[in-house]
Design a protein around this ligand. Structure first.
Ligand code: NAD
Ligand code: DAU
Length: 350
């Protein structure tokens, strides 16, 4: 009998890279992808693996407790890798309840179902929760987030992720559920929905539209190539210790304005445009409410204890990313739906 692993949110940006990695690496394990297919979920992200024998897609909502309970009765999961979430900070500012519902109640439903389904024998089981560096709050000019940094979430998104992390730790402490959490910095790469800074800017440059930079563009993010995050998740699933937390990050800090200048340079090269063309589209717009100044991750625990390291530099990764978006115009056009257009107009007033 093949073992079963449940991966939630596998039609989203990071989840699709994780699904592909597991399906290809573990042909003798069934990989079950549970996804509601919200605006951010797209089965095209994983169309290359959807015919594989060890892959199954289930459309479903983690906020539906009965459905989740039945799913755990039907399948004998050896593990859960939980990525499904509402993930965009700006959307959380306009619609916090959606985030609280999915990220907090959805996670609680999965924890309850795993706890009950596995209660007779927790050994060889793992509930792996994918979280974010944003739970740690905002840094000043110096310092890094470590696994022991106190939580200080400051947006409805990060507060909902922090709540879900707390629930995961509480289930470990109270019921002994074997859990692991990882907190990762900003991801970039293929298949990211074009509401996030990098794909939004690529799409705008391509269409000769303004590149909106919030405030003065001085906010700093620590960028990691998405496949390096997926590799870290696979490693932690295999080798991580129950009860532990692992920070994942690229050691790759950029102010937003410097990042966009670099992106403009790559876009000019890839589109065969004169140097400096794309930069002219940069526009400074109203700042994000409560905009965190700086995130930066110390991933030394993951590197020394489990031997992870990033496989590409940012300079390589950003070129790969730009090429992917330019070569996958159909993917981009298909997801720029009516819903996206409405969101874009509301957010940027154009
Ligand atoms: P995403 O928004 O691209 O994808 C989220 C996926 O979850 C989508 O496929 C969506 O359909 C699914 N989903 C949403 N609500 C659901 C529900 N109620 N039931 C079932 N499925 C549902 O997100 P992402 O950027 O790929 O992030 C994935 C995870 O990684 C999230 O938990 C996020 O907090 C975390 N994370 C993201 C980043 C980043 O830079 N993107 C960094 C660190 C951590
Ligand atoms: O740090 C990890 C987090 O990274 C993840 O947990 C989130 O799911 C993910 O969305 C991401 O959050 P950010 O808010 O950092 O990503 P975003 O791409 O939305 O914004 C990156 C930076 O760029 C941030 O400082 C805000 C700024 N920004 C963003 C957009 C969309 C702009 O200046 N202009 C924009 O139009």
């Amino acid at each position: 009998m093949k073992k079963n692993i449940l991966i939630t949110g596998g039609a989203g940006f990071i989840g699709s890279h994780v699904i592909r990695l597991f399906v290809n690496k573990y042909p003798n394990t069934n990989i079950i992808n549970l996804d509601k297919l919200t605006y951010a979920g797209n089965l095209e992200n994983i169309s290359d693996i959807d015919k594989k024998d060890n892959y199954k897609f289930i459309k479903g909502d983690i906020t539906n407790a009965d459905f989740i309970y039945d799913l755990f009765k039907k399948y004998d999961f050896e593990g859960v890798i939980h990525l499904a979430a509402e993930s965009h900070v700006d959307r959380s500012i306009t619609n916090p309840n959606e985030f609280i519902n999915t990220n907090v109640f959805g996670t609680a439903n999965l924890l309850n179902a795993a706890k009950d389904a596995w209660k007779d024998n927790y050994s060889d089981k793992l509930f792996y929760h994918i979280s974010t560096d944003e739970v740690y709050g905002s840094l000043g000019e110096t310092g890094l987030f470590t696994e022991t940094t106190a939580y200080d979430p400051r947006s409805p998104y990060s507060a909902s992720k922090a709540s879900s992390d707390h629930l995961v730790r509480a289930y470990r402490h109270t019921y002994g559920l074997p859990t692991v959490i990882s907190n990762c910095s900003n991801n970039y790469g293929a298949n990211q929905f074009p509401e996030k800074l990098i794909p939004l800017s690529i799409n705008n440059i391509k269409n000769n539209k303004q590149i909106p930079i919030y405030g003065k563009g001085e906010n700093i993010r620590d960028w990691l190539f998405v496949q390096d995050h997926a590799n870290a998740i696979e490693l932690i699933y295999r080798k991580g210790k129950a009860g532990e937390t692992y920070n994942i990050g690229g050691n790759n800090e950029w102010t937003n304005v410097d990042l966009i200048h670099r992106l403009c340079k790559v876009m000019d090269e890839e589109l065969g445009k004169k140097k400096g063309t794309s930069e002219k589209l940069i526009t400074f717009v109203k700042d994000r409410a409560g905009h965190d100044l700086r995130y930066a991750i110390d991933s030394s625990k993951l590197q020394t204890e489990l031997g992870w390291k990033p496989s590409v530099t940012f300079e390589q990764g950003i070129v790969l990313t730009v090429k992917w978006y330019l070569e996958n115009e159909k993917w981009l056009n298909n997801i720029i739906s009516g819903d996206y257009k409405k969101y874009y107009q509301k957010q940027y007033h154009n």
